[in-house]
Design a protein around this ligand. Structure first.
Ligand SMILES: *Cc1c(COP(=O)(O)O)cnc(C)c1O
Length: 469
């Protein structure tokens, strides 16, 4: 299996080579040259596999340059019941009226980012060891991604993590989660500024090519293909748990931001998994909902991006969307390139001519949810079923209810646990959400964080002093 760029300007490369890279050299994203196909017979043979072994089966189709025994060891190390606090790793819980909850948030940071990041931590360490080299991950986070990366890479050989966060702007729980890590290879840097300013420092460091190559800077952002591949696994797992015979159709509802999670659903469906609908749910930042409704993709400037009560979905442009558009235009890289230059020039592109295919051919439908919808959904679901969901998952449940069909199980992807966003749970129910037992005293643990001004030279100096060499 080799990978090419959505914009056509990259020689085909194996999995391990695209693993450590961000954008392709031509500005596009890496995608498989040909998607593996899983027959109904193979799918049936996977029933009853533990999650780690299912992950091996799926990922071995993508990481063909990693020997099978090694890859199996990596998936078994990533997906353990200790790390995921659950025998099933991804539990499936029935809700009501045909809806079920696919539990992707049992990992260490209580959000679905752990599903991919735990595998990424294992495979990074493996590839770096093989190549006898090191990597310094530099990123900025406003919450979920940074903490998932830190928990996945803590104590791993050959990798250090420098994670910038906006000082005083994360929840007490999120701060405790990141800053309580005492591993020597994890560096929390709280900068006196907002998230965008922290992000600007990371971009400036990454565009300083001499610094970047001297300190071997890397990223673990949402365009990383290994993350997309690792997420494909839980669509297969959900289907296998929700069905008992070949060919049965299942729909998935996905709270969406950067289009990473639902892209993995699209890949699973394209590999032959019997998925009827992929229900894309957004919050008030509805760029993607608008695209699937109208065929026009119009990202918004940062000042038109609302701060909502499902903050991990507050995006203005969807970084993984290009991979779906590549398929939508018949994998025509020249067309993708032209669309993205239209986007740079006009601020939008129009694919409304292809709109009939969105649902008929690709199964996509969409809907948006508001703050009021979120609170009402959290309340009604709790009243009717006793199940408490987080605000992002509530957006998914709200939109799923509008698209559920008789006889077709609708699996709503649970993208975070309610304890992570307790303020909104309190607004909905009048009482906070309690964290899982093992995290009850998280906020009282000692914290390790470097607080500094939002200053490029200061951050650069810190990295120079602490980087893995
Ligand atoms: C990251 C995140 C999302 C959005 O996922 P995408 O892959 O960016 O679409 C939704 N919910 C939560 C809790 C998240 O952390």
């Amino acid at each position: 299996m080799k990978y090419i760029s959505t914009r056509g300007g990259m020689a085909p490369q194996p999995f391990s080579d695209i693993l450590l890279e961000g954008l392709a050299p031509d500005g596009g994203l890496a995608v498989p040259e040909l998607l593996p196909q899983i027959s109904a017979e193979t799918l049936e043979s996977w029933r009853g596999l533990p999650y780690a072994d299912l992950a091996f089966e799926v990922l071995s189709r993508f990481a063909t340059d990693i020997p099978a025994d090694d890859l199996r060891r990596l998936t078994r190390a990533a997906y353990t019941s200790q790390i995921f606090n659950s025998e099933d790793i991804v539990p499936l819980r029935p809700l009501d009226n045909g809806l079920s909850l696919l539990g992707l948030s049992e990992g260490p940071t209580l959000a679905f980012k752990d599903m991919a990041m735990q595998f990424l931590g294992q495979v990074f360490e493996y590839v770096l060891t093989q190549r006898n080299t090191t990597l310094n991950i530099v990123g900025a986070t406003s919450g979920d991604t940074g903490s998932a990366a830190e928990y996945a890479l803590r104590g791993k050989r050959g990798v250090a993590v420098f994670m910038l966060s906006p000082h005083g702007r994360m929840s007490a729980f999120q701060r405790a989660q990141m800053y309580s890590l005492q591993d020597e290879n994890i560096h929390n840097i709280a900068v006196r500024g907002v998230f965008d300013e922290a992000q600007d420092i990371v971009k400036a460091l990454a565009s300083d090519l001499a610094f970047k190559s001297k300190y071997r800077l890397g990223a673990v952002n949402s365009i990383n293909w290994a993350r997309i591949a690792a997420q494909v696994v839980y669509y297969f797992h959900g289907w296998l748990r929700a069905t008992d015979k070949p060919g049965q159709q299942v729909s998935f509802a996905v709270p969406s931001g950067n289009f990473g999670n639902i892209l993995s659903g699209h890949i699973a469906r394209s590999m032959g998994l019997p998925v009827r609908r992929l229900v894309l749910a957004t919050n008030e930042n509805n760029v993607l909902e608008e695209f699937f409704r109208t065929g026009v993709y119009r990202p918004r400037p940062a000042e038109q991006t609302y701060a909502t009560s499902s903050p991990s979905m507050d995006i203005s442009r969807a970084s993984n969307f290009e991979r779906f558009v590549f398929d939508l235009v018949g994998r025509d890289a020249a067309r993708v390139k032209a669309l993205w230059s239209d986007l740079a020039r006009d601020g939008f592109f129009d694919l409304s001519a292809l709109k009939p295919q969105f649902e008929e051919r690709y199964g996509f439908v969409s809907g948006a949810s508001s703050h009021e919808d979120r609170l009402a959904t959290i309340r009604s679901l709790y009243d009717q079923t006793g199940v408490l969901v987080d605000p992002h998952t509530a957006d998914g449940v709200k939109v799923a209810r509008d698209h559920v069909e008789p006889g077709v199980p609708m699996l709503v992807l649970e993208t975070a646990l309610p304890a992570k966003f307790s303020e909104t749970i309190e607004a909905a129910l009048g009482r906070p959400a309690t964290p899982p037992g093992n995290l009850a005293n998280l906020e009282s643990l000692p914290q390790r964080v470097e607080i500094m001004d939002c200053d490029l030279a200061a951050v650069r100096g810190y990295i120079e002093a602490h980087a893995k060499v």
